[in-house]
Design a protein around this ligand. Sequence first.
Ligand SMILES: *[C@@H]1O[C@H](CO)[C@@H](O)[C@H](O)[C@H]1NC(C)=O
Ligand SMILES: *[C@@H]1O[C@H](CO)[C@@H](O)[C@H](O)[C@H]1NC(C)=O
Ligand SMILES: *[C@@H]1O[C@H](CO)[C@@H](O)[C@H](O)[C@H]1NC(C)=O
Length: 466
Amino acid sequence: MARYHISSLILFLVIALLASPSQGFLGTKKKIKSAVFYSPKLVMSPGSVSDFYLLDMDFPRGHIGLKSFHAEVVDEAGNPVPLHETYLHHWAVQPHYVRKGAKLPQQEMLRRQDPKSNLYSASDIILVKNGGLCRSPVLRHYFGSGSETRNTSTYVPDPYAIEIDNPEERPDGYEFKWLLNIHAIDTRGVEDKTGCIECLCDLYNVTVNEYGRTIKPGYKGGLHCCYDKTQCPVKSGFGNGEKKRNLYLKYTVKWVDWDKTVLPAKIYIFDVTDSWKKSVGDSQEHICKVEYDVEPCKTNGDGCIDVKKKSLVMPFNGYIVYGVAHQHAGGIGAALYRDSGEEICTSMAKYGNGVEPGNEAGYIVGMTSCYPADPVKVSYEETLTLEVNYSSAVGHTGVMGLFHIFVVQQLPEPELSLPNLFQAPAGSVSVLAFLAVTVLVAVVVLIAAVIYRRQNREDGYQSLST
Ligand SMILES: *[C@@H]1O[C@H](CO)[C@@H](O)[C@H](O)[C@H]1NC(C)=O
Ligand SMILES: *[C@@H]1O[C@H](CO)[C@@H](O)[C@H](O)[C@H]1NC(C)=O
Ligand SMILES: *[C@@H]1O[C@H](CO)[C@@H](O)[C@H](O)[C@H]1NC(C)=O
């Protein structure tokens, strides 16, 4: 009977409203998967440098949402290796599409290639770039970090994740793969540890870069002087040969299977050396030098800080939900500001004070990451300023000032359900009030329906008895 249906439907709706778990809230929390992988071995001996690109690294496959990427260098027994033995200059992972059946260079060949020109221009490989801002392919990777990797959070907050390999976006005839770049420097027994990790060209006795081109005069140190198979001088008698060992990048990936409850987050990387200038207008490309030098301060003593700033125009409308900087030793921290001076996100360097892995004195062992309490709204073409601080008590070569952010376009819908309510912050009075009113209305409707039904039933008896 229709009227029975109406009242039970109302009852059902009220119960369903109270009991149903909210999709948006559950988002990514409930079903996070995790897996540990190892890179191919890095054969390291004192003073040696390994900088290689692996075209098809092990990675979770399929249409997934990445939640975090954590990495560290370990030995054959799986024990963490301290930075004062093997300095992890950086690792970076880059998704790309590879044409099915394509003959790609082996890892060994790849080492000697210019991955930035040859590799990416080949039609066999289509790079999947992050949101920006640098001119590709520089700094268009997804995740990347350096010495700070052990104690830096890369977690994408719930209910967001980085969408990977959406089948609708994959070009026909291509497969989704991951590229891994690892750059490590073995500093056991070296003459000058700081010089080795800051890649001083004179120390490495290098005059041509990786691709055989002469290094520009005035370039004192950086990536162009500590490429794969270069050698940093080792103290005589340290015993090179027998100290050779195999190391691995151990990486832990967390992810969720993609579905409509997961909201996509996009990655952007800002570089303080970006050439873009507002006065020149949008047409100028973002040429990112990636590295720069910090001159030692003239006044010797404390309070010597090198502050570098870059204002950039944002190419998105959205909300910043995470931020973290990447710096080298000497770094103090970095921050993002609005034009008004409002600080949006800050990431500070953490230094170790011991010898054990994760706490090595003199090295950046972590960067604090920023998880704004409320997602930070940024409008299209809004100008944000990146500020990067280094100690200039002594000079530094080849340092970096990068800032990674996660941006979401869509915030979760406020959901009305009990599980949600219990976990809602104390301040969400409006949700409570709305729920209370909804329940009240439902109860009133229910009572009205019951009364209406009773009256109808009496009418019905009357009509029967007559
Ligand atoms: C950093 O180290 C501290 C102390 O060991 C630890 O409590 C924290 O969880 C670490 N953070 C990350 C992101 O690894
Ligand atoms: C530096 O390189 C030059 C040529 O590239 C070589 O002649 C010289 O012996 C090297 N010096 C050292 C200390 O290795
Ligand atoms: C950078 O240094 C300047 C000058 O000392 C200071 O005002 C600013 O707060 C510092 N920023 C960060 C992120 O450390």
